[in-house]
Design a protein around this ligand. Sequence first.
Ligand code: ADP
Ligand code: MG
Length: 314
Amino acid sequence: MDKKKRVVIALGGNALGNTLPEQMAAVKITAKAIVDLIEEGCEVVVAHGNGPQVGMVNNAMIALTHEDAQQPNTPLSVCVAMSQAYIGYDLQNALREELLNRGISDIPVATMITQVRVDEHDPAFDAPSKPIGKFVDAEQAKMMEEKYQYIMKEDSGRGYRRVVASPKPVEIIEIGTIRTMVESGDVVIACGGGGIPVIRQGNHLKGASAVIDKDFASCLMAKELDADYLIILTAVEQVALNFGKPDEKWLDNVSVEEANKYIEEGHFAPGSMLPKVQAAVDFAASKPGRTALITLLEKSRDAVQGKTGTKFHA
Ligand code: ADP
Ligand code: MG
C-alpha cells in the first residue's frame, strides 16, 4: 500500500461561522470535508483561525470585569486558549460523529492546546495591526484605552476596534506531542487561532498580548510534521490575479518563483489572501515534494485529486 499522505489543513473563518449556533452548524459541514480526506487515505492534522471567537471571548471577559470589581481583565493569551478549547470541542465532537456515521470507529480525534513561541523583539509588537472584537464608538474606545491600555483604531468608517500585534510564529511548544499523536493515527486539532502566543523567559513561557496568523502557524506546523500537503481552506475556490477586476485570472498551478513575482506585483490583499499565499510559498519552497493548496472547504477532496484549487509547487 502507498504511504499515507500527511496533510495539514488550515480552516478559515467560513469553516466555523461567527456565532455559537453558526459554529455548531458549520463544523458539521467542515467535518464532512475533513473525513472525505481521511477516506481518501490522508493523515489529517487540523489547524484553524479564531478571529470572531477570540473577539467574543475577549468581550465576555471584559463584561465580567464590569459585573464584578474583584475580577481583573483577562490577558489576550488566555482568551486565545479559551477559543482553542471551545473550537476544538465543537470540531472534535463533529469529527467523531462524522467518522462513526461512515463506519470508521478506530480513529481517535483530539485537540491539543498549543502554545506557540514568538520573538519578543518581533517588530509586529511595535505595530499592532490585527483588529479583534466588536466595533465600539469613540467614547467607548477612549474608555478602553484608559482602563485596559488597549490600542483602539478606527476601522474604515465602521467605528473603533481593538488592534493587537500579530508576530510570526517561531516554535510550536507542543510539537513533540502533536507528532506522537499523528504517528499513532489520531486526527489532531492543533495550533488553533495560530496558537497561544508566548515569549520565553528562562524556563517560563509568558503569554503575549498578540494573535498569531493561523496561516503562518499552520505552515510552521506542516514543516515540523514533514507533511506532504498544506491545504488552506477559505472562502474562494482559487487564488486570482487582478482579483475582482475585469481582467481577473484564476490560478491553477503556480511555481514558487511565479508566486513571489505576483506577491511583489501586489495581487494579494494584506490581512486576507497575502498571508495565505506567503504561507503556501514558504511551505512549497521548504523541501522537494511539498505541495500547498488554497481552495474552498467543500472542494478539498477535489483539490487533493488535482481537479481544482490553486496549487503551489517548487
Ligand atoms: P479566512 O477567514 O479563510 O482566513 P479571509 O477573508 O481572511 O479568509 O481571506 C480570504 C479572502 O481573500 C477571499 O474571500 C477574497 O475575498 C480575498 N482575496 C483577496 N485577494 C485575493 C486574490 N488575489 N484571490 C482570491 N481571493 C482574494
Ligand atoms: Mg483570514
